[in-house]
Write a protein that binds this ligand. Structure first.
Ligand SMILES: [Zn+2]
Ligand SMILES: [Zn+2]
Length: 131
């Protein structure tokens, strides 16, 4: 019974706390920001969990303009992100029109199994109004 093992239970709780914190936040968060928020979870543990959660596809890794990696608990399915370069707000974009374009390019070059990744960077309404 894995739940009777205190170490396993603690690990499950830490993972759940990280996912929960990400779900409650519209912004993507870095490992450091999560560690500051959940001060009972060590930074190394936060890093380890984020890596695993991203591998499992439970969270998305988002690269900030300054090169930092931040994480967000997005909904399932193919989507893109619209990211505010000022405050880090993330909007999920579920209507993707890149597939047709990708297929056309792939056909032209004889590629099969083509996937794409794209993120849009901009300044959100709030930040644009502040300046
Ligand atoms: Zn903003
Ligand atoms: Zn797409």
């Amino acid at each position: 019974m894995p739940t009777s093992n205190p170490t396993t239970r603690r690990k499950t709780e830490q993972r759940a706390a990280i996912v929960d914190a990400l779900r409650k936040n519209d912004r993507a968060m870095t490992a450091q920001e999560l560690h500051d928020l959940l001060d009972s979870v060590g930074l190394a543990t936060v890093y380890r969990n984020l890596g695993r959660l991203a591998e499992d596809g439970e969270i998305d890794a988002i690269r900030r303009p300054n090169g930092e990696t931040a994480y967000r608990a997005c909904t399932a399915g193919h989507h893109h992100h619209l990211i505010c370069r000022n405050c880090g707000l993330v909007v999920e974009l579920h209507d993707c029109s890149l597939d047709d374009w990708g297929r056309k390019i792939a056909d032209k070059h004889g590629f099969v199994g083509v996937e794409h990744q794209a993120e849009l960077l901009g300044t959100c309404e709030k930040c644009a109004n502040r300046s």
